[in-house]
Ligand binder design. Structure first.
Ligand SMILES: [Fe+2]
Length: 253
């Protein structure tokens, strides 16, 4: 199974006076065109889809994503407004119509997809409260033998002193690690949020954090618009061979 991943596009409204409003839209448009050329079985979008959570931004986002040929699975990031996102993507039947959390499972593919909502309105940091962890434990317990990809906007661990998640002493993040450690079918955790490529061992599996189309964050400090060659990820999941991930740089229009 081939899965494409997009993250942290921070799309702005067409009438925004932000200098990057057009380049971010162009970056996503080019990624969508290139993803179609790869013919993935599914596309996952790990949050921070828009910049402010405004309906105009979601309308533009929808138009940019409309050409995607594979099924699209979205989760919110801290920049998203869950109510507005839910309305803008009301046709996505996997999104719960009510409740505090936009998390879900996708059962129709060779690999099971589990999306965990780590966002809380007004909070930049990821939240891994007992209710979310109990939900994850229940859905993973329900199908212990199906290879599973877990995706969450926020990496649930500290990365380095340039980007610190603040989870080092967090009991909630430790509880999440404990739950995933007990479910060996989790083949990979896929995240966004930090706008850089990070891979690490985590909870008995591997975690992959992908860069952003919109803003590149480097250890030298700060962020720069990095839209000339937008990036997305391809994850190929094969039986017995695990997950092979490739960063795809879209160099030509
Ligand atoms: Fe984020």
């Amino acid at each position: 199974m081939l899965i494409a991943q997009i993250s942290d596009t921070h799309i702005l409204a067409p009438d925004s006076d932000h200098a990057a409003a057009q380049s971010r839209a162009d970056g996503l448009r080019r990624c969508v065109a290139d993803i179609n050329r790869q013919h993935p079985d599914a596309v996952i979008f790990t949050g921070d889809t828009v910049q402010h959570g405004d309906p105009d931004e979601y309308a533009r986002l929808r138009a940019l994503l409309a050409p995607l040929e594979a099924p699209l699975y979205l989760i919110p990031g801290n920049r998203d407004d869950k109510a507005v996102l839910r309305t803008a993507f009301a046709d996505k039947s996997y999104l719960p119509g009510a409740g505090d959390f936009l998390h879900y499972t996708v059962e129709g593919h060779d690999v099971r997809l589990v999306a965990l909502d780590s966002t809380l309105s007004g909070e930049r940091q990821g939240v891994f409260c007992p209710a979310r962890i109990a939900w994850l434990d229940a859905v993973l317990s329900a199908q212990p033998n199906r290879p599973t990809l877990l995706f969450i906007h926020h990496p649930p661990f500290d990365i380095d002193d340039h980007y610190i998640g603040g989870y080092g002493e967090s009991a909630d993040a430790a509880a999440l690690t404990d739950v995933v450690s007990r479910h060996a079918q989790v083949a990979r955790l896929l995240c966004g949020h930090v706008h850089c490529l990070v891979e690490r061992d985590w909870a008995g599996t591997k975690a992959s954090v992908m860069p952003s189309i919109a803003v590149d964050v480097r250890r030298s400090g700060g962020g720069t618009e990095a839209h000339d060659d937008p990036l997305y990820m391809l994850h190929r999941v094969s039986e017995g061979a695990g997950v092979a991930s490739q960063a795809m740089r879209v160099v030509a229009d």
